[in-house]
Design a binder for this molecule. Structure first.
Ligand SMILES: Nc1ncnc2c1ncn2[C@@H]1O[C@H](COP(=O)(O)OP(=O)(O)OP(=O)(O)O)[C@@H](O)[C@H]1O
Ligand SMILES: O=C(O)[C@H](O)COP(=O)(O)O
Length: 407
């Protein structure tokens, strides 16, 4: 792959596909880790005299503008970071569309060394379309904005989307600093793993992430399952899971995983107790949950939502991490955004921060959780900006965004 050092960027319009899909509470950015992670690439290009056009998705809008997914607050924060940490002389210009008049005018007004951010790519149906021609047509319009392409949105490289996959085929391209670092670390987990190798999985994108277990059954020594992921396993074992997140159609798959794990000598560890509530907590006010209750994992009351590991499971998971030499963790153990349901995530983070295993934390929300809960990032081996992306990399899948940069 070419790096940005291989490109002559001075005076050129350089399109940087970043992953600025940051957690928001209204228009407040609750964790800016993904912005900080791509800032070195943007700053380096600007310092080399490029006109830098940054683009990203945010959330999952359905192909049309949805104001709550606007990247406008991100432009302000990116500008502040570039000014404070990289001495960029001006603010980041913001285009209120992606391939329309605002984008054209914003890019035309960019001077050498200046930076603009386009509005959310997913406000256009062409970005995520399954139809090659529709995606290609959108990529053509994006390509018209720029002379060169830099891929640095590691969190999105597993998506076959126009700006990730089709656009680099249309412009001379290179890999950014963030992707280069991320891939370097994850390679280590696929090539030389020190054992015991323990994998911790949680989060809410259950259907996206169950598949990785298939591959991990041949690699990991122990797999701990928490977060929204746990309830499909508990249900497969015959337990009622109330109104918790459940991927019912995946139960046969999960049963096969459990059987194969036993055959392969891989230890599966599931929650033994769960923190529940009758409704999803208010993440904005963070008001105390009146009906908060810890119940055994095999006796979840009907209608209740499992929202965190119980304390016994927190201790169990910490014990199962104590002798690990390598750990990969993806997905929070509970709805950590609310203080009543952060304990499980805190227990795992604490075990990793205090242990001496080489630990990789993958995922926008998992990484944010570690920082929001106040852990020192330096206590972890690597904090990856990619959740689904890092899992698919570890699965050995071809990632469209990396394949496109290799061609
Ligand atoms: N039991 C649960 N029920 C519902 N949601 C949960 C549960 N446990 C965790 N979550 C939610 O999971 C979300 C994070 O899941 P996700 O799979 O997106 O994690 P990630 O891999 O770190 O992020 P990404 O894949 O987006 O990079 C958090 O917002 C958290 O509140
Ligand atoms: O948060 C993520 O994992 C990336 O930004 C990708 O988002 P997506 O799962 O909505 O494609």
């Amino acid at each position: 792959m070419q790096t940005i050092d291989d490109l002559d960027v001075a005076g050129k319009r350089v399109f940087v596909r970043a992953d600025l899909n940051v957690p928001l509470s209204g228009t407040d950015i609750t964790d800016d880790g993904r912005i900080r992670a791509v800032a070195p690439t943007i700053a380096k290009l600007a310092a080399a005299g490029a006109k830098v056009i940054v683009a990203s998705h945010l959330g999952r809008p359905k192909g049309a503008p949805e104001p709550q997914y606007s990247l406008a607050p991100v432009a302000v924060r990116l500008g502040a970071i570039l000014q404070e940490d990289y001495s960029l002389g001006q603010e980041v210009a913001f285009a209120t569309d992606t391939v329309g008049d605002s984008a054209a005018a914003t890019v035309a007004a960019l001077g050498d060394g200046q930076v603009a951010l386009l509005e959310n790519l997913r406000f256009n149906a062409g970005e995520t379309s399954k139809d090659d021609a529709e995606r290609g047509a959108f990529a053509d319009r994006l390509a018209a904005l720029a002379d060169l392409y830099v891929g640095d949105g590691f969190g999105a490289v597993h998506r076959k989307h126009a700006s990730v996959f089709d656009l680099p085929a249309r412009l001379p391209h290179a890999v950014g600093l963030l992707i280069a670092t991320e891939v370097g670390v994850l390679k280590r987990l696929t090539e030389q793993v020190e054992r015991p190798y323990v994998v911790v999985l949680g989060g809410s994108k259950v259907s996206d992430k169950l598949g990785v277990i298939d591959n991990l059954l041949g690699k990991a020594d122990r797999i701990l399952i928490g977060g929204g992921m746990a309830f499909t396993f508990l249900k497969a074992q015959g337990h009622d899971v109330g109104a918790s997140l459940l991927q019912e159609d995946q139960i046969p798959v999960v049963l096969e995983y459990l059987e194969r794990a036993e055959k392969n000598g891989v230890e599966f560890v599931l929650p033994v107790d769960v923190a529940v509530s009758g409704s999803f907590p208010d993440l904005k006010t963070k008001a105390r949950v009146e009906d908060f209750e810890v119940v055994p994992a095999d006796a979840m009351p009907a209608g209740k939502l499992g929202l965190d590991l119980g304390p016994a499971t927190g201790e169990l998971f910490a014990a199962k991490l104590a002798d690990a030499r390598t750990v990969f963790w993806n997905g929070p153990m509970g709805v950590f955004e609310h203080p009543d349901f952060a304990a499980g995530t805190r227990a795992v983070a604490e075990a990793l921060a205090e242990g001496d295993a080489f630990s990789v934390v993958g995922g926008g929300d998992s990484a944010a959780a570690v920082r929001i809960l106040g852990f020192d990032e330096k206590k972890f081996g690597h904090i990856s900006t990619g959740g689904g992306a890092s899992l698919e990399y570890l699965e050995g899948k071809t990632l469209p965004g990396l394949a496109a940069l290799e061609n």
